[in-house]
Design a binder for this molecule. Sequence first.
Ligand code: HEM
Length: 538
Amino acid sequence: MSAEAMSCLTSISNGTRFANVCPEDVSFGRDWRSSGSTSLGLLLVVTVYIVFHQYKFRNPKGPWVWPILGNMPDFIQNVHRLYDWMAEMQLEHGGTVDLTFFFPFGDLQKVNTARPENVEYITQTHHENFIKSDQNMDLFRELLGHGIFNTNGERWRIQRKIIAPMFTMVVLRESTLPLLRSGLETKLLPIVKEGAETGMVMDLQQILFRFGFDSVCGTVLGLDPKSLAKGFPSVPFAEAWDTVTSTNQERCFTPKFIWQIKRALQVGSEGRFLKALKVVDETITKTIKARRAQLEQGIGLERLDLLTKFMKLSDEEGKSPDDQFLRDTTTNMLLAGRDTVSMQVNWFLWLVTQHPEVEANIVKELNEIKLQRSPERQQDATFSFVELGKMTYLHAALNEAARLYPSLPWDFRFAVEDDVLPDGVKVKKDQGVIWSMYTMGRMPELWGDDCLEFKPERWFDGHGGLKTVSPLKFSAFSSGPRNCFGKDLAYLFMKSVSAALLSQYSIQLAPGHKVQYALSIILLMEKGLPVTFHARLK
Ligand code: HEM
């Protein structure tokens, strides 16, 4: 190296401007100047882009929107506590936030609200502008077909008209409850009894999932998959159903182009989805065909399951529903009724393990109801329809659990046209709008400063009855024309199961276990609910 070059390097290391020190080293100086101006230019472009981006996508209602990444960095950081993160942001920004995911790859910009007046606008007064769009239907079409959850307009209206009358109190009392009581006596209680006698730790979430699946299959298809049995057997239909629902849910948290590539290549979760869907479809189609053949021979006309009832329907021209309608409707009913109720009971029983005073009140109420029984019915492990109606405290406690841990924490629609929500937030055509039942149950302005506490007493009207609360405040079952018409069935299930268990057993959470929800459309517990059962003294 020349002496001049050496002196140059020394100057650099001394921090002197080497263009002055080495006037002869022209090429070195020119390189530096051109790469310096390139860097400056680049910096300027990036700065202008960021300023423009922040101006165009400025987000007064939500976290900082990163160029390219949108809100993905915050999302990834908070994904393990998604619903609480959302609740914190919504409360901080007056109830509504804007979030943008994968901005450059598609329309994943969402308005997230928890304001009751917005929910009323979306689900009731302007529900025709907020629909289940093609984007929504693409996610679920293979599983739900054109069933009630996955349709709009006339097709939805007709299904609602056909299905809703099948959920009357008479039907629940005459058809659903006997099936439920028999399942409790022959399946769930014997498993729990064995667990209590051996003192083993059992996953209550798993037990409830299996019991929920068998019950809903009985109610909807008139089929008993026997998934809740000693040793928790592997049942292909039950396992396929679990796989189908969990992998289908993954799509909701994955950019469309990614799941569509996986779907085309049939790999990963999409590969598992397709395999499991085949098992589900085959089982349901086989059941439909077998039932139709039986009914045509006049066999089983008295059956009480929904499938048989649908098959017996006929329109003005005497036509009964075709196999595709039956397949889609029964799949939608399985989805509606299984995880929702099982998980609602799961969260409720966990809360009871954490609140001995609530447990004591429930047990007192159940004992008082049992005392009114005739002597020959004293030992019945399950409760009658009339008895379930008397369980006011249990009902209040279940409401309270659904307020804090609604089994559907969010719901969403897409805007047909540009719109403005009552709180002034603009929604663009085709944009997604989410409303959060999880946040609504935790808003001090709706429930008071003690809103995070589990207090069944808040549901009482002061005269021994339960308060009537607007679905825009207690939103777990949604509101408006697309509200949940399975609500009475859900309470029948939740009360029957909880009363049968709590009247006989106290439940204790396994020591050291921390309950945390999973990232899922239905609020599940990430690592189940390990508990022990302890028989109550008679
Ligand atoms: C604790 C249990 C339950 C909860 C928290 C719940 C909650 C909900 C919610 C939030 C919706 C609105 C969904 C949407 O906008 O797409 C809904 C709709 C619906 N639910 Fe439930 N549900 C429960 C149990 C049930 C049960 C047991 C059934 C019957 C088997 C049922 C049948 C339905 C149906 C058919 C709809 C669609 C209504 C429509 O789109 O017109 N639900 N439910």
